[in-house]
Write a protein that binds this ligand. Sequence first.
Ligand code: NAD
Length: 313
Amino acid sequence: MRVLITGGAGFIGSNLTRYFNDNAPDVEIRIIDDLSTGRLDNLDGLRAEFTEGSILDYELLSGLSEGVDSIVHLAAIGSVPRSVKAPRPTHAANITGTLNVLEAARERGVEHVVVASSSSVYGSNPSLPKSEFDWTRPMSPYGVSKHATEGYAIAYGFSYGMKTLAFRFFNVFGPGQPADHDYAAVIPKFLDAALSGRELIVHGDGLQSRDFTYVDTVCAAILEAVQRRVSSLDPINLAFGTNTTLLELIEQLELTLNSPLSVEHVDRRVGDVRASQSDGVRIREIFPNVQPLPLAEGLERTANWFKQKRGVL
Ligand code: NAD
């Protein structure tokens, strides 16, 4: 079996490559990544055929889709604030890029496509926890782009009978997630600050909550989706129904690092949703074998990776 991972040099993509190498060693991995946020050294020691290039280069993408059984489409410009600052690049990479991936799959007869959507599609819907059948109202260009990503994947299922699957990821974290840029996610930012002895910056009151999902849990669901050719004409929330506020996350990090942490509160960020939690129902129904790693254990593994990187473990 051959799988093309778009965005395979990024945080989730490189963890997924490792996960495939370890758990399905017969699967050949092909990667396309423009290295805009991904890094080649994320793939050090992994078995994968890497091509540097953009999914906006249709000819290149189409060629790489030849002879592939599944595409896992992760390439995107992530981050809500980045999209608020510059919507056009997000639109191009995430919406036109997804259309290119689906067209390449259709042209080359790729049987199965998994795409990465996001909990950000729920946007201003206040209900909690979220089911896939709740209404969506994205609050940022990024949320809109992920809505289009899943919309296109599902429409290709209806229009062309393609086997497509749209996972809505909720705050994925784990080893390899970068902390060193303006748009870094909260867990790597907090760990980096804590291990450097800096204050943890909290936007707003810290009572905003998230359904944090450890990256290997996400990888386990994607691997199973590829192996079983799972497809769906509705999206699937890839999260298990936890609800952790940033203040609770900080308390947990104090336990993980065995040290008190100081916090600075700054203005809340435009486009950020207040609470994000899946009901975890469909994922458990369709992937009963995928067991989420508890937050404390995931933080421990992530903190160890950060410490190793700094040479303090
Ligand atoms: P990431 O930025 O580490 O990975 C994205 C990868 O795509 C990077 O390697 C980047 O270089 C590559 N890329 C960007 N534009 C490209 C283009 N035009 N052509 C080729 N490659 C391109 O982010 P991630 O956290 O690994 O996210 C992976 C996917 O999951 C994204 O689609 C993201 O929107 C989605 N997602 C992630 C989270 C999360 O919590 N990390 C939550 C919801 C959704």
